[in-house]
Write a protein that binds this ligand. Structure first.
Ligand code: NDP
Length: 243
C-alpha cells in the first residue's frame, strides 16, 4: 500500500470503540497493517470488515492474557496502548476493588504489552515506537476521578521511564493526554449537563475533542515526522492545562 504507514504493522488496544476505533481506521487508511485488540467480539468483527485489520479479543485486565495478546500480535513496528476504563466515584467512596480494576487495565496492561513488544524490538534491533493514551486527569485534580487519575499518572510515569530506558535502542515512547473526547466513555462520564458545562467553560477552545482530533496526534507521534520526540506527555486539550 501507500501512505505514511505503508509496510508498518501497528498494534492498537481498546480498538473496538471510541478513540481506538477511529485510530485504527486512520492508520489503516494511511497504509498500516493494523492488529486490533479489544474486548467485545462484535465490535472487532465490524472493525475488521470496515478496515481489513486483524483482530484479537482479549480482556486486558487479566495480566497473563495481556502478555499473551502481545506475543500473539508479534511482530509489530508500533504499539498504541489505548484501552482504558473509567469508573467514577467521590474520593471518599473509591473502593480498593475499583482502584485495582482501573489500575489493571489503564496502567498494568500497557506496561505488560509494551514489555513483550520492546523485548522483541531490542532482540531484533527494530526502532519501534509506542504511544500511550493517557488523559488530562493525570495532570489535573479531576473530581470523581481519583482512581482513574492515579492510573493515568502511573501511565505517564511509565511513559517517562520507557522513554529513558528504551531510547538508547532507538525506541520512542510518548503519550497523548486528551481532554473530554466525544466517545462512549465520555457519554457515560460527562452526561450531567452541569458538569459538562463547567468543564467546557474551562477549555479555552470551548468544546470537547472529537476522537479524530486525538487519533491524528497519535498518528503524528507514531510517524517519522516525530522522529526526535521521545518522552513527551502531550495534552490534546484545547488549552485546558494552561488555562
Ligand atoms: P471507550 O470506552 O469509548 O472505548 C474503549 C475501548 O477499549 C472499548 O473498545 C473497550 O472495549 C476497550 N477496552 C476497555 N477495557 C478493556 C479491557 N479490559 N480489555 C480489552 N479492551 C478493553 O473509551 P475512549 O475511546 O473514550 O477511551 C480510549 C482511551 O482514551 C482510554 O485509555 C481513555 O482513558 C482515554 N481517554 C478518554 C477520554 C474521553 O473523554 N473519552 C479523555 C482522556 C483520555 P469494550 O467496550 O468491549 O469493553
Amino acid at each position: 500500500g501507500t501512505g505514511r504507514f505503508a509496510g508498518r504493522r501497528i498494534l492498537v488496544t481498546g480498538a473496538g470503540k471510541g478513540i481506538g476505533r477511529v485510530a485504527v481506521a486512520m492508520l489503516a487508511a494511511e497504509g498500516a497493517e493494523v492488529v486490533a485488540a479489544s474486548r467485545a467480539p462484535d465490535d472487532l468483527e465490524s472493525l475488521a470488515a470496515e478496515t481489513g485489520c486483524r483482530i484479537h479479543a482479549v480482556d486486558l485486565a487479566d495480566a497473563a492474557a495481556a502478555a499473551a495478546l502481545a506475543e500473539a500480535a508479534l511482530p509489530v513496528d508500533a504499539l498504541v496502548n489505548n484501552a482504558g476504563i473509567a469508573e467514577l466515584a467521590p474520593f471518599v467512596d473509591t473502593t480498593a476493588e475499583m482502584f485495582d480494576r482501573i489500575m489493571a487495565v489503564n496502567a498494568r496492561a500497557p506496561m505488560l504489552v509494551a514489555q513483550v513488544v520492546a523485548r522483541d524490538w531490542i532482540r531484533r534491533g527494530v526502532k519501534g515506537t509506542i504511544v500511550n493514551v493517557s488523559s488530562i486527569a493525570s495532570l489535573w485534580g479531576t473530581p470523581d476521578h481519583a482512581a482513574y487519575g492515579a492510573s493515568k499518572a502511573a501511565l505517564d510515569s511509565l511513559t517517562m521511564t520507557m522513554a529513558q530506558e528504551l531510547g538508547p535502542f532507538g525506541i520512542r515512547t510518548n503519550s497523548v493526554n486528551p481532554v473530554v473526547t466525544l466517545t462512549p466513555m465520555a457519554e457515560r462520564a460527562w452526561s450531567d449537563p452541569a458538569k459538562a458545562g463547567s468543564m467546557l467553560a474551562r477549555i479555552p477552545l470551548r468544546r470537547f475533542a472529537q476522537p479524530e482530533e486525538v487519533a491524528s496526534v497519535i498518528a503524528f507521534l507514531l510517524s517519522d515526522a516525530a522522529s526526535m520526540v521521545n518522552g513527551a506527555i502531550l495534552p490534546v486539550d484545547g488549552g485546558f492545562t494552561v488555562a
